[in-house]
Write a protein of this length. Structure first.
Ligand SMILES: Cc1ncc(COP(=O)(O)O)c(C=O)c1O
Length: 381
């Protein structure tokens, strides 16, 4: 049984490998490079995938979507394409290393000043604290949309408005939320949004992207062939070609196209509701169990379909090992690439065991998992 969907979703819908195999066997061509029919089919698939993402995330134009290898690359593109030497950047105290490390690198290489918005011990972000930090002025504010450790969802609309009010551009890290919770990027109004293809979007690894709002221009992270404006020695000015250099991962994008279509047919609302109900069912089963500590928002509050917990006197690694070896259940242990979030909730020494649900999990599986965790915890009494 698989409960590690926050790392990557599994299984993928059948249409994902089918579409990938179809492309590699029957089309094969590199998009944007040829004028023969198969290459044009590749072009069309790229465009259709951008459009499908636009419809899902409420983005107005296909050219606002730039494909990247994952959200880490998208975040690097935005952070390094905006920040100048001595700039200030604001961010939260619960960011993933995909944000934290590029910022720390920019601190070293460009003397960028990082201002951190603190959170309470359960991971809640207070807008008054955000205002205190943002009002000091910064070029960029980076916010995680949903925490991969705590499971809380940040008030990104309010945070974006606040950051704009004080003159900052906004980058959202939607790695855990794209495809997992309903999202209207036009309404939120962030300038840049990084997403990954292999988590909530149910696509293959090696896919992801950056939404870039109309009028926002980034310095390039990489330069190279785009199949367009080839006579110029410089990168094209216009997105997406400006940022998509080299041959794109068209096989991965074929899979992403299929998964985004699959999600759109079901509806993000429905997927979100199911994943949240499953995690709440688990929380209700575990909340009064002796020796088990649950982290993050309570069972009545909104959260992603993920739950961090610990069993007394047991490392999360040992708990994950027992789950795997004795019960055939897969869950992730440790810091989940987010030491900052663990510092915030007081689990930096131990890390946590993280259970994360996906569209293909069932109530019966959750009940078996709860039973297994209760048995493991009972042995510690
Ligand atoms: C909140 C958050 N940001 C960024 C990432 C990085 O995603 P990727 O590895 O797909 O680049 C993750 C993945 O775990 C994440 O949970």
């Amino acid at each position: 049984m698989y409960f590690d969907n926050a790392a990557t979703s599994y299984p993928k819908p059948d249409c994902v490998p089918e579409q990938m195999v179809h492309y590699i066997k029957n089309i094969g061509a590199s998009p944007g490079r040829g004028t023969y029919a198969a290459a044009l089919e590749g072009d069309q698939l790229l465009y259709d995938t951008r459009k499908a993402i636009c419809r899902l995330l409420h983005i107005s134009r296909a050219s606002n979507v730039v494909f990247t290898a994952n959200s880490t690359e998208a975040i690097n593109l935005a952070v390094k394409g905006i920040l100048q030497p001595e700039d200030c950047v604001a961010t939260t105290a619960i960011e993933h290393n995909a944000v934290w490390r590029p910022l720390k690198k920019m601190e070293q290489s460009h003397r960028v000043h990082i201002r951190t918005i603190g959170v309470s011990s359960d991971g809640t972000l207070d807008l008054a604290e955000a205002k205190r930090v943002l009002s000091q002025g910064c070029r960029l504010a980076v916010f995680i949309h949903g925490s991969n450790v705590i499971g809380n969802i940040l008030p990104v609309q309010e945070l974006t408005d606040l950051a704009h009010q004080y003159g900052a551009l906004v980058l959202l890290d939607a790695s855990q939320t794209a495809g997992a919770i309903p999202m209207d990027l036009t309404e939120i109004g962030a300038d840049f949004v990084a997403f990954t293809g292999h988590k909530g979007l149910m696509g293959p690894t090696g896919t992801g992207g950056l939404y870039i709002k109309d009028g926002c221009v980034l310095d390039t992270l990489k330069e190279g062939g785009t199949g367009s404006m080839s006579v110029s020695p410089y990168s094209p000015e216009d997105p997406p070609d400006r940022y998509e250099v080299g041959t794109v991962n068209i096989i991965g994008i074929a899979g992403l196209y299929a998964s985004v279509k699959y999600i759109s047919e079901i509806g993000v609302d429905k997927i979100c509701k199911q994943e949240q109900q499953l995690i709440k069912r688990l929380m209700v089963s575990l909340q009064d169990v002796e020796n088990i500590t649950l982290y993050g928002p309570g069972e009545k509050e909104e959260r992603l379909g993920l739950l961090s917990l610990n069993i007394k006197d047991m490392t999360p690694y040992d708990a994950a090992k027992i789950l795997d070896q004795k019960y055939g259940m897969m869950a992730r242990a440790g810091l989940h690439c987010s030491p900052q979030a663990h510092r915030a909730i007081g689990t930096i020494q131990t890390g946590t065991l993280r259970i994360s649900t996906g569209w293909f999990n069932t109530e019966a599986e959750i009940d078996q998992l709860a039973q297994a965790l209760m048995e493991i915890a009972k042995e510690r009494v």
